[in-house]
Design a protein around this ligand. Structure first.
Ligand code: NI
Length: 188
């Protein structure tokens, strides 16, 4: 089956990435529609976006959709994506440092401290509740993606030294964003 068309990824420092996303209602699950999207189509296009960009997670705000939804797939074959709606993170335990990146902040990588294990509660695309226990990389992806739903980027959780190391790449992204914004304003 051919993949759906990828969506453009919202890049740092677009302020949309700092907004809190909203939960889906039971009525939206029942209708299969929310935020102007058919949910099945949104998930398909987010999957295509994540695989195209070679990511292991993607949150809806990263494609400009302010809904509490993220995808994750840490499988080697890249064929086991799980869509999590209205996630809740419980029983966060332990602590682990590891390097992270983000599709919205290209080329920037830095170490972030995260809980080592947690329980994820969420809803599937039909609104059916499910739970899973996660540790290590999967727990990390869940925490990173869930942060996106609260408008939090991983670079706000890295140390001063790491931020200093990445400052040129961040500044370049900031310059690109300003340039794009100015071009858009001129085009009006
Ligand atoms: Ni990210």
């Amino acid at each position: 089956m051919p993949l759906a068309e990828p969506l453009p990824i919202v890049l740092y420092p677009d302020p949309f990435l700092n907004q809190k996303a909203r939960a889906l209602t039971d009525a939206e699950f029942a209708s299969g529609k929310a935020g102007g999207w058919n949910l099945a189509e949104l998930v398909d296009r987010m999957k295509a976006t994540m695989y195209d960009a070679e990511g292991i997670g993607l949150a809806a705000p990263q494609v400009g959709v302010g809904l509490r939804l993220f995808l994750m797939d840490i499988s080697e074959n890249r064929d086991a994506a799980i869509a999590v709606f209205n996630p809740e993170l419980l029983d966060m335990d332990g602590s682990e440092d590891a390097e992270e990146g983000c599709l919205s902040i290209p080329d920037v990588r830095a170490s972030v401290k995260r809980a080592q294990s947690l329980k994820l509660k969420g809803r599937d695309i039909r609104g059916e509740p499910f739970e899973l226990n996660a540790e290590d990389l999967l727990a990390r992806v869940i925490q990173h993606e869930n942060d996106h739903l609260d408008g939090i980027l991983f670079i706000t959780k890295i140390g001063m030294a790491a931020k200093f190391m990445q400052r040129r790449k961040l500044a370049a992204l900031e310059d690109d964003y300003e340039l794009l914004k100015r071009r858009k304003t001129k085009g009006k």
